[in-house]
Structures are given as C-alpha cells and as structure tokens.
Write a protein that binds this ligand. Structure first.
Ligand SMILES: [Ca+2]
Ligand SMILES: [Ca+2]
Ligand SMILES: [Zn+2]
Length: 333
C-alpha cells in the first residue's frame, strides 16, 4: 500500500470507528427494534456508510496502469477510483444484508433483472470527447454479453449529449460530480445513469455501492472515461469492460483483491484471494497462499479488457442480494 492510500485507509477507519460507537449505542438503546429495516440501527448504518463514501478522496489515487491517451501516447492512469472497503465495513454491511434476507427470503435470486440505462455524454465545448451512437450500442452489447447469463439485462433508455467544459474535464471532483448528477440524473431508483467524460489523470471510471446512498440518491451511477467505450482509444482498456467492471461495483461487488490475503478477502468464496491488482493477463499469477490462482479473468480485477471475461456464481447471488436489500426498485418488471 502506498503512503497516500495508507493515510486514507487509516483516516477512513478512524472516522468510521467513531460512528461505530454511535451505532452500538443506538442499537443498545433500541434493542427491540434493532433488527427492523428502517429502525434506529439501519439509519445509523446508512449514515456511517454515507460518511465513508463522502469522505473518500478519489483525486489522491496513484497511477497503477498504463493506457493509450487521446494523443496516442502510452501514459500512466488509474484503473478505477471506486473506493476501497475496510474489513469492519464489509462485516457491517454483510450482517445487514443477512439480517434483511432472513425476513425477506431469497426469491429474488431466481428472477431476471431488467435495467434501463441512460447515457449522458459530457463533451468539451467544441464537441470533442464525443461517444457515437454506434459505440453506445456496442457498449450495451458488451454489458449484456457479460451479465445476461447472471440474470441481468440492460436496455437503452436514452442518450443525451451536452457540451460543458467544466463537467467534461472535472468529473473526478466530488463537487463538480454533485452538480452534473443533480442536474442530469434520471430516476436513479430504477435507472442506471452512465456519465461519459474525461476525468483528470485519465481515471477510467468510478461508481458507488448500493449501500452507499439511499436508492433514490442522484449520486448513484457510473462515471466513465469516454475513450473506454468500444472502439475508443484507451487501449488496452478499449473493449468496453470498464463499464462492466463499474456496473459490478454499482451492483455491490468489491475488487477481487479487496482484503488482500486476509480472512475476509472480497467476501466471495469462489474468487480466490489476491494480494494486489493484476495487470495485463498473468493467468498463472498466485499472490496468496490460500488455494487457487488469482482471479485475473474476473471482471472485478484490473487485467486488460481482452483478459477479463467472467463473474462467478457467488458474485451473481451477491449482486442480487445487495440490490434486494438496498435498491429494491432496480430491475423490477
Ligand atoms: Ca474471494
Ligand atoms: Ca492462491
Ligand atoms: Zn473498481
């Protein structure tokens, strides 16, 4: 872990510890209603998660990949600016999901989720950084080829294009993000909003977890580097798998290297533990002594687009369980 990341990890942990004490106090005060969705404990949990999501500094991340820029040159970039998740947070959310499903059941696991997608193409004032309708159609195909076998279908709801220098160039900034999402987001409860732009330092994308904000929050959705769409220039990340990866986060998945070789890992038992992000396509990589080679072909690793190709059976259940718990209005028929 780099010093910067370590600093944020510690800061996040400290902040969350304070809130945890409040959570414990609240649940002790209302022991009888603690398990009821919407009860005191759930509100405290929701506040804690929002605080952590809000405090994460996306702009402090260090480059970990090399990609082709608009100029054609190969330069450093950041694969994903979705925040890391501390062990205690995983534990809290996991407990909340389990608690909720004990009452709600698991019927949702067998149904198909249909998700409308609205694309917001934020371009420079002169129209640069556009994404064509053909690219968007191909991007939706990539999304569906990756998710259909797991019970998710994505359908085009619409495309809007806007020439706004500030939004197009500063879409990594939390302040600017709030402005364009508040203005443009379309029914976040039922619709996946995808914003294309050019984040500073060529960050490929970022998203939020379903548990981060209430389901109707305009902050939900995916922000994506325009050149990661199929046919874009961001080789080797130009086949559309960045959106697949970010939608994985949007539906609740963590990175396969989350938790490194620790006890919890990414919380998914059929993805072997992994100490750090993979790059390229190192199919024999084995960074943790626990059984199994690193899951470098999983969409939630950092491997090249022509390498990643799968979600596991348990990742599918995980996504469905998290939607049922935190975003029940998404994917309904
Ligand atoms: Ca795992
Ligand atoms: Ca291993
Ligand atoms: Zn990611």
């Amino acid at each position: 872990m780099t010093p910067t990341r370590k600093f944020y990890a510690v800061a996040i942990r400290l902040a969350a510890l304070c809130v945890m004490i409040a959570v414990i106090a609240a649940s002790a005060a209302s022991a009888a209603s603690a398990a009821t969705p919407g009860g005191a404990q759930d509100r405290a949990l929701a506040q804690m998660l929002q605080g952590i999501a809000h405090d994460f500094d996306r702009e402090g991340l260090e480059a970990g990949i090399v990609l082709q820029r608009d100029t054609g040159n190969l330069e450093p970039g950041v694969r994903c600016a979705t925040r890391p998740v501390a062990d205690f947070e995983q534990q809290f959310i996991g407990a909340a999901v389990a608690e909720y499903l004990r009452a709600a059941g698991t019927e949702h696991r067998t149904r198909d989720f249909e998700v409308p997608v609205q694309f917001h193409i934020l371009r420079k004032r002169n129209g640069d950084w556009d994404v064509t309708d053909a690219q968007i159609a191909e991007q939706l195909d990539v999304l569906n080829r990756s998710f259909t076998e797991h019970g998710f279908r994505f359908a085009l709801r619409g495309v809007s294009r806007r020439n706004k220098n500030k939004f197009a160039k500063k879409c990594l900034s939390a302040r600017v993000e709030r402005r364009f999402k508040k203005r443009y987001a379309i029914d976040p409860r039922t619709t996946l909003n995808v914003y294309s732009c050019r984040p500073k330092e060529d960050v490929l994308g970022y998203a939020y977890f379903p548990s981060d904000y209430p389901e109707d929050s305009f902050l939900h959705g995916v922000v994506l580097l325009h050149s990661t769409f199929p046919g874009g220039r961001a080789a080797p990340f130009d086949l559309g798998d960045t959106l697949v990866h970010e939608v994985g986060h949007y539906l609740g998945l963590y990175h396969t290297f989350e938790g490194k070789c620790g006890k919890r890992g990414d919380g998914i038992s059929d993805t072997p533990r992994e100490r750090s992000p993979a790059s390229g396509c190192p199919i024999d990589r084995d960074t943790c002594s626990q059984p199994g080679l690193d899951p470098v072909r999983n969409f939630m690793d950092y491997s090249d687009d022509d390498c990643v190709e799968e979600f596991t059976a348990e990742q599918e259940l995980w996504m469905k369980d998290r939607l049922e718990t935190f975003k029940p209005s998404l994917g309904g028929s």
